[in-house]
Design a binder for this molecule. Structure first.
Ligand SMILES: [Zn+2]
Length: 191
């Protein structure tokens, strides 16, 4: 299921574990280089602002403005941006600074002709849930269609993963900590 920016933020901006707002980044990677770079995004009520390249001169800066409601974007140096997106893979990343839960989208596709960011998929997600001293770590691989749950239960052993199981992919919906915990616990119970 394809997501708009609004869908993505609505479901994942608030950390399910801590209830804190996550930090939004653009992750850019020079194609085939493996070199990744994180750019902090600034969120306002309506927009996401990204400074891809800052320069004293307006003509060589790359400042992207994305409208959350419409997926429309604007940028001054459209030709520079065009060559930038041809040479870089770009995706969105949300990270909770407190528990390090995170979620990353597939590569973004910018439609230059109509200044529109196409709807996107999710690539991977990592959720930490702590509950009564038990730590649950859920890794979801959207391309491979499964999730892995790793548990550290100090009642058994606090120094290692005490159980691990593969579960059907975690649906891309908005969870509360309790609904997600119950779901994970029922998988563990019936595994
Ligand atoms: Zn968190």
């Amino acid at each position: 299921m394809k997501l708009t920016i609004n869908d993505f933020l609505d479901r994942h901006y608030l950390c399910v574990n801590c209830n804190d707002f996550c930090q939004l980044y653009f992750v850019t990677e020079l194609k085939f280089s493996g070199k990744r770079n994180r750019i902090s995004a600034k969120l306002t009520n309506k927009n996401i602002l990204l400074i891809i390249k800052n320069s004293y001169f307006k003509t060589t800066s790359l400042k992207l403005n994305l409208v959350k409601n419409t997926n429309k974007f604007s940028i001054i140096n459209i030709n520079d941006f065009k060559s930038y997106i041809e040479s870089h893979d770009i995706n969105l990343l949300l990270i909770c600074n407190r528990c390090k839960s995170q979620i990353e989208t597939s590569n973004l596709e910018f439609n230059i002709n109509n200044n529109y960011l196409n709807a996107f998929d999710l690539r991977s997600q990592y959720i930490v849930l702590n509950n009564k001293n038990i730590l649950y770590m859920i890794y979801t691989y959207y391309y491979n269609n499964f999730s892995i749950v790793k548990v550290i239960d100090p009642n058994i052993d606090s120094t290692r993963i005490t159980s691990e199981l593969k579960i059907p992919i975690l649906p891309n919906i908005k969870y509360t900590k309790n609904t997600l915990l119950n779901k994970i616990k029922s998988y563990i119970l019936f595994s």
